[in-house]
Write a protein that binds this ligand. Structure first.
Ligand code: SF4
Ligand code: SF4
Length: 354
């Protein structure tokens, strides 16, 4: 894990801030036109999507696909300015992390904390931080909502990391679900809701059936589309032309996949990253709006994180006829999962990145 401390001088307060990333993604660079994945899949407010009939993608209307840049880059919406960062405010501190589906996070460059701080100080992001802070404080001071959430999160993180320290294969979802249920059970005084069974099709249904996976070693894009019992996986060149495609039967069961030592190390690092990223504040904001206790939200969110990880592993393994996973496969699977995880917090009703 990489952590970098810095400060964010907002209009009202100077926040201590912490950047958190896995060791293999310590920073982020986005050379002009690197991939355009975010603009392929985002639907910023006020910018409608167009539909590319050839590739069946949702593309932001402001994106110039010929030269792979935003037509109004200097005036792009807040969601685009923030990407690929996710942040939350808790205990008077800003926690910030990256969304690992962005190939720019495959850089070995250290994070530029001054640039991150400036981005967080811009309006309306500054106002969002203030709002998150007040929501977090409000949740903590509301016993019915909070219900020992800090303690639950610490224990949940510890148990999940301990579980993965011994894990040598995927799938893992059922076991992680059980861990989260066991940890939360009794604290919130009610039964945690069932996490729905996961399959590639289920994850797809929840995210409108459109996936972009990335191959990090090349920055090439893959388009994954699940259409009922068929799944089409296309590899796109730098001009988004389809250069290769395969169609497979949509997997309905997870494979048992051994991970080599590098893949195990990578997923442990990823799990540690999940345990250190700003779940708590984001979850608490949602819980206040939904009147659901924070521990229940944490249980749902944390168990849900592993569903796309399994779906991604199953897809990648089917595509490449794999029986075990190495670090390259794991990196792609994590990028696949991250797009979905990001969407858990981004809210529903949008086109989601993957
Ligand atoms: S997905 Fe990341 S690397 Fe690609 S264009 Fe967007 S910010 Fe840049
Ligand atoms: S507004 Fe610009 S930066 Fe934002 S998604 Fe559209 S093309 Fe990309």
């Amino acid at each position: 894990m990489v952590t970098r401390a810095f400060t964010v001088p907002t209009k009202t307060i100077i926040y201590p801030a912490m950047f958190v990333a896995p060791a293999w993604a310590p920073g982020y660079v986005c050379p002009k036109g690197l991939c355009g994945l975010c603009c392929l899949t985002q639907s910023p407010t006020g910018v409608s999507s167009s539909h590319n009939a050839n590739l069946d993608k949702a593309v932001c209307r402001s994106y110039n696909s010929e030269i792979r840049t935003c037509r109004k880059y200097l005036d792009r919406p807040t969601v685009c300015r923030k990407y690929p960062f996710a942040f939350g405010v808790e205990n008077d501190r800003i926690l910030i992390s990256v969304s690992l589906e962005c190939p720019g996070t495959n850089s070995k460059t250290d994070i530029d904390t001054d640039a991150v701080s400036s981005m967080l100080c811009e309006e309306p992001t500054n106002a969002i931080i203030t709002f998150m802070d007040s929501q977090y404080r409000s949740a903590v001071s509301t016993p019915g909502i909070w219900r020992d959430a800090g303690q639950v999160w610490t224990e949940l993180s510890r148990r999940v990391q301990e579980y993965f320290s011994k894990k040598t294969s995927l799938p893992c979802l059922q076991e992680v679900q059980q861990l989260t249920v066991d940890t939360v059970w009794g604290v919130a005084g009610e039964e945690p809701p069932e996490v729905p069974p996961c399959s590639v099709g289920t994850v797809t249904k929840n995210t409108q059936g459109l996936y972009i996976a990335t191959r990090f070693e090349t920055h090439a894009l893959g388009l994954v589309k699940v259409i009922g019992s068929k799944t089409k996986i296309s590899l796109l060149d730098e001009k988004w032309r389809e250069i290769n495609k395969i169609t497979i039967k949509t997997p309905t069961e997870f494979l048992s996949l051994e991970m080599d030592k590098d893949a195990q190390s990578m997923i442990r690092d990823y799990v540690s990253f999940l345990c250190n990223r700003p779940f708590l504040s984001l979850a608490s904001i949602r819980s206040v709006s939904e009147h659901v206790p924070v521990p229940i939200i944490l249980q749902r969110a944390f168990a849900g994180v592993f569903a796309p990880l399994e779906a991604g592993a199953t897809l990648v393994a089917h595509r490449d006829h794999l029986e075990s996973l190495d670090s390259n496969a794991m990196r792609e699977i994590i990028s696949f999962a991250e797009g979905n995880n990001h969407s858990i917090f981004a809210g529903s009703g949008r086109v989601h990145t993957l």
